[in-house]
Design a protein around this ligand. Structure first.
Ligand SMILES: [Zn+2]
Ligand SMILES: [Zn+2]
Length: 332
């Protein structure tokens, strides 16, 4: 594919899509049903339907029986850890292998002109972004994810938490299911703002931002405290009436779904076409730090003036905000 038909590349080789990132249209006023209909496919694909399928696979096929999960035992806990590790290994590993190891589409649609593997840096363990990212993912990321999953499944199995059924509350569970990715983003926005407070940033969140040029393995490369905050969104399923299927889907959106913002390419080429990665908003967060605390599924960044859709206007707005901040600091 000719990526320059869809965007531009600067002297450093960085690619920017021409089309600004769009916010989900349910915020437009007056409401526009046609815009909503146009947007719906991008809500489901390419990401949320596979995450739903993974959540369903976990619940219907791979999760141990309620009887087993009533008591905490190493066997099924380690089994769930292995399942989550395998999911991450397959999904992240496949994207990394295709785009960064084999470089199947070269640098076409790649936001950053450089390759992380060619930039050894002291901020990373063993000076390697990939090695550092992979260690953090499996040493603390997947264990924390699994801990939340074990706690939730143990609680459901012991009738702790309002487990309701699709026969009892079909409408509520369907609506809740559809809201999960949006709720996840609102939750992420809140914890993400918190860990950008300078003291927390310094000790916690800077670990994630070391990957200025992220690749799929950067997705869960976080400080363990960020991992703890990150998956705490799953606790809502023990507060509101929910179902293990939705709980497991939510864990997929948060866990496996972390990859969405870290693909590093605007489109993934498939055959003669390309699949939109939805990665640009979060790539801009890694590039500029103080924009896009969430992606475009919430209006929170727009509301608080931190939305960057990749356009020149948004760039100018961000620069004006930085200049005002510098002036404020210098005045003190
Ligand atoms: Zn990130
Ligand atoms: Zn951040």
């Amino acid at each position: 594919m000719d990526d320059l038909a869809y965007g531009t590349r600067n002297k450093r080789g960085d690619y920017s899509p021409k089309e600004p990132v769009k916010l989900a249209p349910y915020f437009t006023f007056p409401p526009s049903p046609s815009a909503l209909l146009k947007w719906l496919p991008s809500y489901f694909l390419p990401w949320n339907v596979p995450f739903m399928a993974l959540g369903a696979l976990m619940w219907f096929v791979l999760t141990p029986s309620v009887e087993t999960m009533k008591s905490l035992a190493p066997g099924w806990i380690l089994y769930l850890f292995a399942l989550n590790a395998l999911t991450v290994l397959i999904v992240y590993g496949a994207l990394e292998l295709r785009l960064y190891v084999k470089r199947a589409q070269g640098g076409r649609f790649k936001f950053n002109g450089l390759w992380p593997s060619e930039r050894p840096s002291d901020v990373f363990m063993f000076k390697s972004q990939n090695v550092d990212n992979i260690i953090r993912t499996f040493a603390t990321g997947v264990p924390v994810w699994t801990a939340y999953q074990v706690f939730g499944m143990w609680a459901y199995s012991n009738h702790i938490g309002p487990w309701t059924t699709f026969a009892e509350h079909p409408v509520w569970l369907a609506v809740f299911g559809l809201l999960i990715p949006i709720y996840h983003e609102v939750h992420f926005y809140c914890i993400h703002r918190l860990i950008h407070v300078p003291i927390f940033y310094k000790y916690i969140h800077s670990v994630h931002h070391n990957s200025v040029n992220p690749s799929p393995w950067s997705s869960l490369s976080m400080h363990p405290i960020e991992h703890l905050l990150y998956w705490s969104d799953s606790l809502i399923h023990l507060i509101l009436p929910s179902h293990p299927l939705l709980f497991l889907y939510g864990l997929q959106v948060t866990g496996t779904g972390a990859v969405v913002g870290h693909v590093g390419f605007d489109k993934i080429e498939v055959g003669d076409g390309g699949v939109d990665s939805h990665a640009y908003a979060h790539y801009l967060h890694h590039k500029y730090f103080e924009v896009n605390y969430a992606d475009g599924a919430t209006a929170l960044d727009m509301l608080f003036g931190t939305w960057h859709d990749g356009s020149k206007e948004a760039q100018a707005q961000m620069e004006a905000r930085y200049a005002a901040k510098v002036a404020r600091v210098n005045k003190r």
